[in-house]
Design a protein around this ligand. Structure first.
Ligand code: HEM
Length: 126
């Protein structure tokens, strides 16, 4: 689940913040009052945190992913979201053990223009 959350990071809008105090991040001065847009998509592909970050690897430890945000305003619904994913994937794979894509993976269209990332359609067969 953590790797799915890291790799896909479905909320593609930057998290908007205003700096409350001066801070230097990676040599860049951010002054109090500056607007900041934080891209968790980039943080989740940070090669200093995740080896080969553009590779989807279910065996890696992805628990430091930030797809639910970070700090006091991080997603309040994340325990529920994790539970739903756990129940859904388990039930789906138990009920449909032969579930597979019904079209070539290259033909899938992704929503690049939407707040929530995902596929436009996902034809499957079992
Ligand atoms: C996979 C599913 C979900 C993802 C990826 C997700 C992601 C996020 C993200 C990125 C934020 C903004 C965090 C920030 O600004 O730092 C957020 C905030 C929030 N989410 Fe979710 N969320 C999910 C499911 C849910 C669910 C199921 C609920 C409620 C039942 C929920 C309720 C909220 C609320 C209330 C906030 C605002 C928290 C605040 O501003 O203090 N989310 N979520």
């Amino acid at each position: 689940m953590e790797e799915i959350l890291r790799y896909l990071d479905v909320t593609h809008s930057g998290k908007r913040r205003v700096a409350t105090e001066d801070i230097v991040v990676n040599g860049q001065m951010i002054q109090a009052g500056d607007p900041v847009v934080v891209l968790s998509v980039s943080a989740n592909r940070d090669s200093s945190k995740f080896e080969d970050p553009n590779v989807f690897d279910l065996r890696r430890d992805s628990r430091t992913q930030v797809s639910f945000g970070y700090g006091p305003h991080q997603c309040i619904g994340q325990p529920l979201a994790r539970l739903e994913m756990q129940i859904m994937f388990t039930a789906l794979l138990e009920r449909f053990p032969n579930l597979e894509l019904a079209v070539p993976v290259e033909s899938l269209e992704f929503k690049g223009d939407s707040l929530m990332y995902g596929v436009k359609e996902l034809p499957v067969r079992w």
